[in-house]
Design a protein around this ligand. Structure first.
Ligand code: AMP
Length: 214
């Protein structure tokens, strides 16, 4: 299965991406996670990305296109892939099309997770994320001493989930990423899914929308 997930920050791409990647046994390629890991490791990529991420801006196209192209060439992508958070601009989507055509691994569907803006805002400003495995928690309630229930890593609010940065990220989404909905609609690849409800319910909707059953 070859999929990409579209949707505003906080629409549930990470959560659904992990579930779908397990379901289809394909790697999840999440550019945000890759960039955060690079920052933590202090690599050149991480240093380049840092100031853009802290301001809620997009990292330049050539940087992310290069890293996705490299990742798609890894052997584990031969069975399929799930792209989460990429593409985010029309230039990235066009580059991705070229890469996938050359590699003969065309997309099956672009799944749009549709969530109203008031819910997005509420989710982003109240969520916490594991700094090791990136699991997202809707609040601190189920956590013991800020430790991740999956890997034991430290859980905290992402620096770009602070209210001012969230506002910028939503503006960037509306201007630079939302046009991709029409881009994939015109290619006949767009699948729209209601992203409200519990995670399992949303996953079932996605699977049924792409013609898959459990
Ligand atoms: P995410 O975890 O997907 O919300 O991404 C966090 C941040 O990483 C974004 O706000 C951007 O600064 C950067 N980023 C992630 N994916 C991309 C992308 N495809 N293009 C440009 N910047 C990205």
């Amino acid at each position: 299965m070859r999929l990409l997930l579209l949707g505003a920050p906080g629409a549930g791409k990470g959560t659904q991406g992990s579930r779908l990647s397990n379901f289809f046994h394909v790697p999840r390629i999440a550019t945000g996670d890759i960039l955060r890991e690079a920052r933590k490791a202090g690599t050149e990529l991480g240093t380049k990305a840092q100031s853009y991420m802290d301001q809620g801006l997009l990292v330049p196209d050539d940087v992310v296109i290069g890293l996705v192209q490299e990742r798609l060439q890894q052997p584990d992508c031969r069975s399929g892939y799930l792209l989460d958070g990429f593409p985010r601009t029309v230039a990235q989507a066009e580059a991705l099309n070229d890469i996938l055509t050359i590699m003969q691994m065309p997309l099956d569907a672009a799944v749009l997770l549709d969530v109203p803006e008031d819910v997005i805002l509420q989710r982003l400003t109240s969520r916490y994320t594991c700094t090791s495995c990136q699991k997202v928690y809707p609040g601190m309630d189920e956590l013991v001493q800020s430790r991740c229930g999956v890997c034991g890593g430290h859980v905290e609010r992402r620096s770009d989930d602070e209210p001012e940065t969230v506002a910028k990220r939503l503006e960037v989404y509306a201007h630079q990423t939302a046009p991709l909905v029409n881009f994939y609609r015109n290619l006949g690849k767009l699948v729209e899914v209601n992203g409200l409800g519990d995670v399992q319910e949303v996953e079932e909707r996605i699977l049924s929308a792409i013609g898959q059953t459990r």
